[in-house]
Design a protein around this ligand. Structure first.
Ligand code: NAP
Ligand code: MG
Length: 403
């Protein structure tokens, strides 16, 4: 069989621990035999990040800007324990944070749905994709504990030196707490454009919600920016694509989400996205079945699995024990990137390969062959737990039949 050709390379960001092992297995078993794989390789494994003083992370993000599509393996975010374990020169920042800051992107997380694993909300038959605004609000706050008798004001020193003041609270008879939050029109606009673009890309409705009735300036600004950008730049494109932009209050949104069937993108402010993405992921069954894509407002894509490096399984692997680690989200990171590359380069065959690989992966699980995490959840009667590598080989068997 002739291998499927590629034109532009994918930016390949390798990673750490068990996912690094899975990364190589996926390439060897499911990609290289079928695709003339072209990648520009960056080793974001912690050892090499440390060796290059994290320069490799910055370089990989710049390469992503240049080529437009990247696929990333899970990576360790160093903490005190990792400082000793890897003898690090510094506690390097989270690669995801660095890449997100350089691409100015929004992260979209989507569950992979398979028969036999019913979400905790059984009406959710289609995926709900959560887009979290990853800048500002309570994550970049300034806060104080204040003593009884304090008068707290919001003071803005304007460009011309004049001051605008507003009372927050007079603390009479009790101590208390205050908090200063901010966001920027620039960041909110980028977030809005990433969401509108991704909705068009995936032909799904976009929902957005804030508490603008209570927060008449702060949350209302989010609502207004979304509305202005939609009217000016996306309304006609949405009509042509047959999709909708829907704005509502956050509490109404939560109620509608629970009653819905799924099949849309839910854009969330930073805190809402933090909370709701964990709720949605849990309700769909497994973090190991969650994919994640970082989309920049100018249309650059970085695909990855939502889970981490699965450290506990890696230590078993190092001891020579068999592991049963779920590779599905990492496979879907590759298929997402290959499909996008195919679309951008006009390589229909490459995009079709990505579709078939996803189909083969889902089919494998639906025919009862799965890793331990899914084995615990699946309601299938003929289910069978397999190890990490066997699962990939079973996918390959089904993929060959589809090619
Ligand atoms: P984790 O790697 O997501 O794993 C937590 C637990 O979830 C695992 O021990 C395992 O449970 C289960 N799990 C997650 N993915 C699985 C999979 N593919 N197959 C089977 N089970 C899976 O999170 P963590 O242990 O908190 O973090 C480990 C490292 O990953 C940390 O250094 C962290 O910095 C990094 N991390 C990276 C990213 C990223 O690069 N995007 C994201 C999150 C965390 P059992 O042990 O019960 O089987
Ligand atoms: Mg969270």
């Amino acid at each position: 069989m002739e291998k499927i050709p590629m034109k532009t390379p994918l930016v390949e960001m390798d990673g750490d621990e068990m996912t690094r092992i899975i990364w190589k297995m996926i390439k060897d078993i499911l990609l290289i035999p079928y695709v003339d794989l072209k990648t520009e390789y960056y080793d974001l494994g912690l050892e090499y990040r440390n060796k290059t003083n994290d320069q490799v992370t910055f370089d990989s993000a710049e390469a992503t800007k240049k080529y437009g599509v990247a696929v990333k393996c899970a990576t360790i975010t160093p903490n005190a324990a990792r400082m000793t374990e890897y003898d690090l020169k510094e506690m390097w920042k989270s690669p995801n944070g660095t890449i997100r800051a350089i691409l100015d992107g929004t992260v979209f997380r989507t569950p992979i749905i398979v028969k036999g694993i019913t979400p905790y909300i059984p009406t959710w038959t289609k995926p709900i994709t959560i887009a979290r605004h990853a800048y500002g609000d309570v994550y970049k706050n300034t806060e104080m504990q204040v003593a009884e008798g304090s008068k707290c004001e919001l003071v803005c020193t304007n460009k011309d030196g004049s001051e605008t003041r507003q009372l927050i609270h007079d603390f009479e008879g009790t101590d208390g707490i205050i908090q200063g939050l901010h966001n920027t029109d620039k960041s909110i606009s980028s977030f809005a454009r990433s969401c509108f673009n991704f909705a068009l890309d995936t032909k799904q409705d976009l929902w957005f919600a804030t508490k603008d009735t209570i927060s008449k300036k702060y949350d209302h600004r989010f609502k207004d920016i979304f509305a202005e950008i939609f009217e000016a730049e996306y309304k006609e494109k949405f009509e042509a694509a047959g999709i909708e932009y829907f704005y509502t209050l956050i509490d109404d949104a939560v109620a509608r989400v629970v009653r819905s069937q799924g099949g849309y993108i839910w854009a969330c402010k930073n805190y809402d996205g933090d909370v709701m993405s964990d709720m949605v992921a849990t309700a769909y069954g497994s973090l190991a079945m969650m994919t994640s894509v970082l989309v920049s407002p100018d249309g650059v894509y970085e695909y990855e699995a939502a889970h981490g490096t699965v450290q506990r399984h890696y230590y078993k692997y190092l001891k020579g024990e068999t592991t049963s680690t779920n590779s599905v989200a990492t496979i879907f990171a590759w298929t997402g990137a290959l499909r996008k590359r195919g679309e951008l380069d006009g390589l229909g065959e490459l995009s079709a390969f990505a579709d078939k690989l996803e189909k083969a992966t889902i089919l494998t699980i639906e025919e009862g062959v799965m890793t331990g995490d899914l084995y615990l959840l699946s309601e299938l009667e003929n289910k069978q737990k397999v190890d990490t590598e066997t699962f990939l080989r079973e996918v390959a068997v089904r993929l060959e039949k589809l090619l």
